[in-house]
Design a protein around this ligand. Structure first.
Ligand code: HEC
Length: 99
């Protein structure tokens, strides 16, 4: 290859590597943003409102397999317990009673 051709090939290769790096960075940022705006789930609600005092697995053992009556009792209990709004309490109970 002539030196000019080698130089051109090197430039093209360098540009391709830069473009791929930029694409990768953009993908990572987009993925992070998406994770940050994920809809509230029982798990994230639990982390926000309960995890400072409870470990999910510990509560799961106590609540596990809650029937309808126990579920109502727990909803009533959580209205006074913890600082989560009622809608979040229900998400958290779904999360804790799911097998
Ligand atoms: C400030 C600390 C604190 C926070 C925050 C907190 N708890 Fe508790 N929780 C306690 C304590 C203390 C008890 C009573 C001792 C025990 O049973 O472990 C308790 C008891 C419970 C019980 C047992 C009730 C029963 O009938 O067995 C459940 C279920 C429970 N908490 C769920 C939650 C949930 C769900 C959240 C989040 C919305 C939450 N807690 C937030 C401290 C906390």
């Amino acid at each position: 290859m002539r030196p000019a051709a080698v130089q051109r090939a090197a430039l093209l290769l360098g540009a391709a590597v830069l473009a791929l790096a930029a694409l990768f960075g953009w993908l990572v940022i987009r993925e992070r943003t998406r994770a940050g705006t994920a809809p509230a789930s029982g798990a994230t609600r639990f982390e926000a409102h309960c995890a400072s005092c409870h470990v999910a697995e510990g509560l799961r053992l106590r609540i596990g397999g809650a029937d309808a009556a126990r579920r109502r009792e727990l909803e009533r209990f959580l209205r006074r317990h913890g600082d989560a709004p009622d809608a979040d309490d229900r998400l958290i109970l779904d999360y804790l009673t799911r097998d």
